[in-house]
Design a protein around this ligand. Structure first.
Ligand code: ZN
Length: 279
């Protein structure tokens, strides 16, 4: 199996698995579009009632690919999230804003609107860009070894592109989470209301698929309308408009970094973020 995303059916569930375990499932554009294909396939299959998003190996996702050999930031793909132009061959904000509108904010919003319940099954690391993948799912089941962090303040950036923090963990804790970049364990995440369940690592699959099976027994339209109802309520609580406003701040930070320093990430990479985030 060399596909960056693996798709399978398990009863009424579609299982979409990120498959770059050697790189802790770092998300490059190839993975993003493979995920989109998989979600579209699950949405179109009348026998699929619920979707489980998983990560192969020890970790759910280390975040966006900012340093593996498969990094493909300068590659073109058929864009699907909006009508913004291809970023390739553009400079500065013309490049970054177009690219991140498409592959990060746009794609996560698209997946959040998949008209079937989605469950993120999270083990190990769920860092920065990994949070976006878990948060755009409806439910999150985590193993007791799971941990969550968004350390991008080290880049001078106010959180990842899909800025759901104040809505998924409350504004008070969102500030601590973002100011410190510290890892938050599964039990704390549960107490904050950010995830649905914590289970022992050995029972993660069993528990997640038991939940998927229970949901899968419900009527398709009922599930779709219920999901839309809660998503609409969340948007009325400001999620969508808040994200749009913060996306501008996010790009002000990228532009500042590029203007005063070496690059839009303030010279940080996966290793420096990981090492500094350990203490
Ligand atoms: Zn960004």
């Amino acid at each position: 199996m060399t596909d960056v995303v693996h798709y399978e059916r398990r009863g009424a569930a579609a299982v979409v698995t990120m498959n770059r375990p050697d790189y802790r499932n770092a998300q490059n554009s190839a993975m993003t579009y493979a995920l989109d294909d998989a979600f579209y396939r699950a949405a179109a299959d009348d026998d699929v009632k619920v979707v489980v998003l998983a990560g192969a190996g020890k970790h759910f996702s280390a975040g966006h690919d900012i340093g593996t050999p498969g990094r493909d930031v300068d590659s073109s793909f058929d864009r699907r999230a909006g009508l913004w132009w291809d970023h390739v061959g553009k400079e500065g904000v013309e490049n970054r804003y177009a690219r991140e509108s498409e592959v990060y904010l746009g794609m996560c919003r698209r997946w959040r609107e998949l008209p079937k319940p989605t469950i993120a099954m999270v083990q190990g690391a769920c860092i920065a860009g990994g949070l976006m993948l878990a948060w755009c799912c409806d439910l999150i089941v985590a193993s007791d070894d799971a941990f969550f962090a968004d350390p991008v303040v080290r880049m001078g950036i106010p959180g990842v592109e899909y800025f759901a923090h104040p809505w998924v963990m409350g504004p008070r804790f969102a500030k601590e989470f973002l100011f410190t970049g510290d890892r938050v364990g599964a039990e704390r995440a549960l107490a904050l209301g950010m995830i649905n369940r914590v289970v022992p690592r050995a029972e993660l699959e069993t528990e997640t698929f038991a939940l998927a099976e229970k949901i899968g027994a419900m009527p398709r339209l009922g599930l779709a309308l219920t999901k839309k109802a809660v998503n609409q309520a969340e948007d009325l609580m400001g999620l969508r408009a808040g994200m749009d406003s913060v996306f501008g701040l996010h790009h002000a930070a990228h532009a500042h970094n590029a203007e005063v320093g070496r690059d839009s990430l303030a010279g940080q990479n996966a290793r420096t973020l990981r090492d500094e985030g350990k203490h």
